[in-house]
Design a protein around this ligand. Structure first.
Ligand code: GRG
Length: 290
């Protein structure tokens, strides 16, 4: 099953890349530089969120074509957040996805404009998708918007920037991980479930699964931040910034990533054998090296 997930990941990466290329076609010469900056940062990445949206869609037997634009929108939000995260007044990172960060190449001003334009494009992609019913599109759009505002990425980033200290408490780290990472996984999964006409219990199970794999994903990210190889991870590793590993140690962090993954798997029981791809997906996430 792991091999199947890796093949699926490659297929989804291809279809998402194609969809992103189409979404970022420019016909206005005056703003070529803005598009260049957006295209630069929309490229690359593992596309795990797009894969996740698609896997949830498959769980509910959705036609893969109906997942394309939403999965692409999720990846655009993610890419926009990476541009902002790397800015000098945020995380101040120089390297992203194995190449110089957006602002290093295009300047901070352009990077910010590109990031905002990508967020708008993500929402537009969902609302203009003619393969999805209007009421479903509105719900998906709400879920995606919710993931990066006061209840999502921006909230997590605020707490990360303003309340994280060297002698940080567990609650603060948990809040940051919930909002900066789990929120977008939750939106990615919930969007797939909504397109699949899931009922309330099923949506609730997907939310729980998403949140827990999101926590596990961030803990692995923190472990890689401390023990990973910069070349393989493809971004600046912030050894001096407080994270989960520094709080509880590497061994305990690994145990907790496993605990969150087990919790996630528990919520899949509702779906029986149909959830075997999602089971394999969580195993893939916890074993990743970049
Ligand atoms: C309003 C969109 C918006 C953002 C404002 C800057 C910010 C607030 C939030 C930053 C959120 C952020 C970058 C969280 C980190 C999440 C994370 C674990 C990123 C790494 O994800 P991978 O490993 O990256 O999936 P790739 O490159 O593979 O896509």
């Amino acid at each position: 099953m792991q091999e199947k997930i890796i093949t699926f990941l490659q297929e989804i990466k291809k279809s998402t890349d194609k969809e992103i290329d189409q979404a970022l076609q420019n016909s206005e010469p005056m703003i070529e530089g803005l598009y260049k900056s957006a295209i630069y940062s929309a490229a690359g990445g593992k596309r795990v969120r797009a894969v996740y949206t698609n896997l949830v869609g498959r769980l509910f037997d959705v036609d893969p074509d109906c997942m394309l634009k939403t999965a692409c929108a999720v990846e655009m939000i993610h890419a926009a957040s990476l541009i902002m995260d790397d800015l000098p007044y945020m995380d101040d990172s120089q390297l992203r996805r194995g190449k110089p960060a957006n602002h290093v190449v295009f300047g901070q001003d352009v990077a910010l404009c590109a990031s905002i334009a990508m967020l708008a494009k993500a929402n537009e992609l969902v609302l203009m998708d003619d393969r999805i019913d209007s009421d479903v599109k509105i719900k998906v759009s709400q879920v995606l918007l919710h993931s990066y505002g006061f209840e999502g990425l921006a909230a997590g980033q605020f707490v990360d920037l303003k309340l994280k200290r060297k002698n940080i408490e567990y609650e603060i780290i948990r809040y940051i991980n919930d909002k900066k990472t789990a929120a977008l996984f939750t939106a990615a999964g919930k969007a797939g479930a909504i397109i699949g006409n899931a009922n309330d219990d099923q949506i609730h199970a997907i939310e729980e699964y998403s949140r827990n794999i999101g926590f596990a994903f961030q803990i692995i990210d923190d472990i890689l931040d401390v023990t990973g190889d910069k070349e393989v991870v493809g971004k600046d590793l912030s050894h001096d910034s407080m994270n989960y590993v520094m709080l509880v140690g590497k061994e305990e962090a690994e145990k907790r990533a496993k605990k969150y993954t087990d919790k996630a798997l528990n919520t899949l029981k509702l779906f029986g054998d149909k959830a075997k791809e999602l089971v394999a997906f969580s195993e893939f996430l916890i074993n990743r090296v970049n």
